[in-house]
Write a protein that binds this ligand. Structure first.
Ligand code: FES
Ligand SMILES: [Fe+2]
Length: 399
């Protein structure tokens, strides 16, 4: 799967990423098209630090099992009887079969090849005919040493984060500054809505999807239906590399449009986050909060709903995009708001469809722009966050 012959991308391949944003040069194209570079990210960003595997709500009930292929890893998420989520490598301890192919609900997990059977806690429960017909034990095979190999995991909001090497600092410590930033939004009362966007595989590197979402510079040309935000962008990066975020001010007209579901619906109005109403009553301009929870989650706090997006890198040029939507309390399920929630999901889906041809084109050009000896550049106003993101990749993935 991975080409190990190529030299890793190193800091010497950077053409000035640490210069001020307007003068800086972007990451080399090779980080976007070379399978060896994907492997390099897999062994760094997607191994030594926390990354998002799936949504906790993908495993709502005890006994739910959920396989995930992500960044070259094969993981198995399990909701145990006590409600806790655990993660294992989705690899049989016998001859290495992929253990679970599809999500389901089970009491125990049996390998299809020779029927070694595991409990939901990963313990090896049965090894039928191991020592000969009708003999279920074998000399030298100690089941207590052959449970599924566990991967450290922890849940943040509705996202299950994993730490494959188990060396990252605890997740609550990692997200301390993120939680401080989110505290004023009172996100605890949010509930998941059923209306969502379809899971979609896109033909480009996971970083291109992040970079397409972290700047609003392209709005007038790619999404003419969206308003270019007024001046006042403010970027914030976490020195501990947990997130990059920015607050975008909102005009009054935009605020009113958003309140009715991005202007898609003339129907009933969604309740705002209490903090937004408080700001409006004090005469302050409300803001969007857009967060990139590194490396592969986007969290967009709108005035009246939260979108959690999750990117699943499949290969250097293939990524799966997912989104789930969360509303203030009962607004998540109120039948009278179903049309508005569907409109919101549809609009997010349409925005992605508008982005895809551009992002796919950027992907296609990565090799030739390297070969032509050209580096990308950043807008010193709109692309400060994008520059922060590329510096994060350079710090964490490059030798
Ligand atoms: S590979 Fe799983 S039981 Fe043999
Ligand atoms: Fe876009």
């Amino acid at each position: 799967m991975f080409d190990r012959s190529a030299e890793p991308v190193g800091r010497a391949d950077l053409g000035g990423i640490d210069l001020p944003t307007g003068s800086a040069r972007g990451l080399p194209g090779r980080l976007y098209f070379d399978p060896a570079a994907f492997d390099q990210e897999r062994r760094t960003i997607f191994r030594k630090s926390w990354f998002a595997a799936t949504y906790a709500s993908d495993l709502p009930a005890p006994g739910d099992i959920h396989p995930v292929s992500i960044a070259g890893w094969e993981l198995l998420l399990v909701r145990a009887r006590d409600g806790a989520i655990r993660c294992f490598h989705n690899i049989c301890r016998h001859r290495g079969m992929k253990l679970v192919e599809r999500p389901g609900n089970a009491q125990r997990i049996s390998c299809r090849y020779h029927c070694w059977t595991y409990g939901l806690d990963g313990s090896l429960l049965a090894t039928p005919h191991l020592g000969g017909p009708g003999i279920n034990q074998g000399e030298g095979i100690h089941p207590e040493q052959l449970g599924l190999r566990e991967v450290r995991c922890a849940v943040w909001r509705d996202i299950v984060f994993v730490d494959v090497d188990g060396v990252a600092r605890p997740l609550d410590e990692h997200f301390r500054q993120l939680e401080t930033l989110l505290a004023e939004y009172e996100l605890d009362g949010l509930q998941l809505a059923a209306e969502t966007t379809p899971e979609q595989e896109v033909p480009f590197n996971w970083k291109i999807q992040i970079e397409g979402g972290i700047e609003s510079y392209h709005l007038p040309w790619v999404h003419p239906q969206l308003e270019l935000p007024p001046m006042g962008y403010r970027f914030e990066a976490d020195p501990a590399d947990a997130f990059i975020g920015f607050k975008t001010p909102m005009s009054d007209a935009e605020m009113k449009r958003r309140a009715a579901g991005n202007g898609a619906s003339e129907g009933p109005v969604l309740p705002n986050f209490p903090v937004i109403d408080a700001k409006i009553s004090r005469g302050e301009a409300p803001q969007f909060l857009i967060l990139f929870v590194l490396p592969n989650v986007t969290a967009v706090v709108m005035p009246n709903y939260l979108v959690l997006g999750l990117l699943r890198p499949l290969a250097v040029d293939r990524t799966v995009v997912r989104r789930k939507f969360y509303y203030v309390g009962a607004a998540a399920g109120a039948p009278g708001l179903a049309g508005t929630r569907s409109d919101i999901a549809r609009i997010w889906h349409e925005i992605l469809q508008q982005d895809i041809p551009f992002l796919a084109e950027v992907q296609k050009m990565c090799r030739v722009r390297d070969e032509a000896g050209m580096s990308t550049r950043f807008s010193p106003y709109w692309e400060v966050g994008l520059h922060m993101f590329q510096k994060y990749v350079a710090r964490n993935a490059l030798a």
